[in-house]
Design a protein around this ligand. Structure first.
Ligand code: ZN
Length: 256
């Protein structure tokens, strides 16, 4: 049975089934998702957690990759890698978000997204829009600094712009690195003044609203705060900071 709205799906399997059926039909766009539905999908797929209520000793909080403590956790990379049906449904929504805003005189020819988590997503969006996909590769310099690099330059037609998409915006660092990487091989590369992303989770105290001249259009805006150890309000009340996807930590985070 094809469900009418994804919000009715009660398990990850049902979400995958929904996405598979919707993206396999001739309907375009296959399913326009609102913010609530995007949040529901992420929650159902087990890639989103947010702290509920005031900081409390018995409720743990998240220790994220950067070493900071956080009141939220999201892993769209895992979702995009393991669930191509759901990724494609998001790709249609990103392509649609771009298409409805593209002015007639904006010529675009290529789509790019950061390595690693946005690579397949950007490829899907490029296919949907009939544009070329520019693949980025993450490299680590001798200094330890990570950069985004493109092995094949975008088409050298300066009138043709690129559309940058991303799965998630946190600080905007990797999105900015993509632009640097592109301009290292194509100094005059231009980008469309919009940048569709699935989730903008940037800190509400310093929100990321644009990358360069491209305004971020998110399918879902989440407000998550990251803290250094000394300033963490959760540690202050005795809440434990745990790595979300380690051992049974996910259960501990989501079941309290
Ligand atoms: Zn803490």
């Amino acid at each position: 049975m094809i469900r009418e709205r994804v919000i009715e799906c009660q398990t990850a399997e049902e979400v995958v089934d929904f996405a598979d059926k919707k993206t396999d039909s001739s309907e375009y766009p296959p399913c326009l998702l609102d913010q609530k539905e995007v949040e529901h999908i992420l929650f159902m797929m087990g890639v989103l957690w947010q702290y509920k209520g005031e900081p409390a000793k018995e409720k743990p909080h998240a220790l994220i990759t950067s070493g900071k403590h956080s009141d939220g956790y999201i892993d769209l990379g895992m979702l995009c890698k393991n669930f191509p049906e759901v990724r494609l449904m998001f790709a249609y929504n990103l392509a649609w978000a771009a298409r409805v805003r593209i002015k007639i005189n904006w010529k675009y020819a290529w789509v790019v997204g950061a390595d690693t988590s946005s690579t397949a997503l950007a490829r899907d969006v490029a296919n949907i829009l009939g544009a070329k996909h520019i693949k980025m590769v993450k490299i680590t310099h001798n200094s330890g600094e990570k950069k985004q690099w493109c092995e094949i330059a975008p088409p050298e037609d300066y009138s043709q712009l690129g559309l940058q998409i991303e799965d998630v915006i946190n600080t905007g660092l990797s999105a900015r690195q993509v632009r640097e990487g592109i301009r290292n091989v194509f100094p005059n590369a231009g980008f469309l003044p919009i940048m569709p992303v699935i989730v903008n989770r940037s800190d509400p105290n310093s929100p990321v609203k644009a990358i360069g001249d491209s305004i971020i259009i998110s399918l879902l805006r989440l407000e998550m705060r990251n803290y250094g150890l000394e300033e963490c309000p959760y540690c202050r009340v005795g809440s434990e900071a745990i790595v979300p996807k380690e051992g049974d930590n996910w259960k501990r985070l989501t079941e309290v």
